[in-house]
Design a binder for this molecule. Structure first.
Ligand code: SAJ
Length: 426
């Protein structure tokens, strides 16, 4: 389909849609990006990245993509790619509103022969039971006959210098042969990696979901080991590193104060929920979610234990939580365990300050300000800035206890400094 596709529209210019738009633009397509966020639209049209990402910033400078709020341009597109978020509600039920809204906005402009691709991560069944009915109803067209629908789950890894939208292999599924062929041709014309055809939409939807369930259960496994081995006086991170010397059939994951982000901590609930609607209870996936969601509490329990051992009454004691982002060196705090830690600390009567250099608007202005009056620190995110803090710096700022929720400090150095240091399973 190389260059035979003159124009593509991408719905959702977030960390998935924007890299895809820039790649398609680089490959010679006419790209229109549609988003609901005025600020993001303005920044992209001004060739400024809405995200702290050097690669995106550079690519935008030489790109020709147009960002708009208006869906009219759908009429001119040969391919329409939906890259909107798929979060969960407070009760962990899947929130398909962004997908539903996108399909409702597309359908009045849908034309025969167009290919609609969903990249958002969804559970099996969403394409056929949610997206297609809406696209058909408001357009009067038939999927698989008048227009095509395919699913190609996104695999963007924000901030990854090696794996990018241009070289990550993908899977594609569709309702029928023509849609599959068109989608394969499209992705093979822009991505230098394997594009694997799947046997159905549901198979393609299931691939991404199980990728992230795989990661969630493996993290839950090492988190459970951390809680067990901390009672046995075994450093679980050393044990995992030992196991990782096995050159096959072992993939290391590491314990921490919780699992955040809009992928790993969310995607399993989509499968759990859909399976339940179809009469199956994913006990294992649910238990993994329960273990990972329990790590913030486990982290606070460790702190309380050390305060008690030092004769420091938890009530009214000030604790500085370092890191609000869900993972190191990003400014994304969606589903971040740091907020569960802060909520739990406050519920137990402690006073809390927080500092995150990537989310300065939501935290103290500086590390020193966050440490003022605090006797303990909980590291909730392994930002590079925190790894270089010395025991002396903490001591000079009145800190006596360090709970390293990301096992990112040098345990031996801290233990020999006289500070109380405790990692997660470390
Ligand atoms: N985490 C642990 N222990 C680990 C790994 C992660 O506690 O061993 C925690 C992190 O601190 C974070 C959460 O889990 O709070 C998620 O971390 P992540 O490294 O999985 O980062 P994400 O959420 O950005 O996941 C993305 C996913 N990519 C896509 O969905 C396309 C995931 O599939 C990737 O495996 C992951 O990046 C990656 O490998 O970096």
């Amino acid at each position: 389909m190389k260059n035979t596709v003159k124009s593509i529209n991408i719905i959702g210019l977030g960390y998935v849609g924007l890299p895809l738009a820039l790649l398609a633009d680089k490959r010679g397509f006419k790209v229109v990006g549609i988003d609901v966020n005025d600020d993001r639209i303005a920044k992209i049209n001004a060739k400024k990245s809405p995200f702290a990402d050097d690669r995106l910033t550079n690519e935008l400078l030489t790109s020709n993509i147009l960002a708009t709020k208006n869906f009219e341009s759908i009429k001119e597109a040969e391919v329409i790619v939906i890259c909107v978020p798929t979060p969960v509600y407070e009760n962990y039920r899947p929130n398909l509103e962004p997908i539903i809204d996108a399909c409702k906005s597309i359908s009045p402009f849908l034309k025969s022969g167009q290919l609609v691709i969903l990249e958002s991560t969804v559970n099996p069944g969403v394409c056929e039971e949610v997206a297609i009915p809406i696209l058909e109803k408001n357009s009067g067209l038939k999927a698989g006959k008048d227009f095509y629908l395919a699913h190609c789950p996104e695999r963007i890894n924000p901030g990854d210098p090696k794996w990018t939208v241009a070289n990550i292999p993908r899977v594609v599924g569709s309702l029928e042969e023509s849609g599959l062929r068109s989608a394969l041709e499209f992705y093979r014309s822009i991505i230098d990696a394997e594009i694997k055809p799947m046997g159905s939409l549901k198979e393609a939807e299931a691939v991404k979901i199980i990728e992230n369930c795989f990661r969630d259960i493996n993290i839950a496994f090492v988190n459970e080991l951390a809680m067990s081995f901390s009672r046995l006086g075994i450093d679980v991170t050393h044990v995992i590193e030992g196991a990782a010397t096995k050159p096959f059939a072992f993939m290391p994951h590491f314990p921490g104060c919780g699992v955040g982000g809009h992928c790993i901590s969310v995607d399993p609930y989509y499968l759990i929920d859909y399976a339940k609607q179809n009469g199956f209870n994913h006990r294992f996936l649910s238990l993994a979610r329960e273990i990972n969601n329990g790590m913030p509490r486990f982290t606070v329990d460790i702190l309380i234990e050390h305060l008690n051992r030092k004769g420091i009454a938890p009530l009214g004691t000030r604790v500085a939580v370092l890191g609000l982002a869900y993972k190191a060196n990003v400014n994304d705090d969606r589903e971040s365990p740091a907020y569960s830690i802060i909520k739990d600390l406050k519920s137990r009567g402690l006073e809390v300050s927080s500092y995150d250099p990537y989310l300065i608007n939501d935290s103290a202005a500086s590390l020193k300000e966050a440490l003022q009056g605090a006797q303990a620190v909980v590291i909730a995110t392994a930002h590079d800035e925190f790894k270089s803090i010395t025991p002396k710096f903490f001591k000079d700022n009145g800190i006596e206890i360090i709970i390293d929720g990301r096992n990112c400090l040098n345990k031996e150095e801290y233990l020999s400094s006289g500070l109380v240091y405790q990692g997660i399973g470390k």
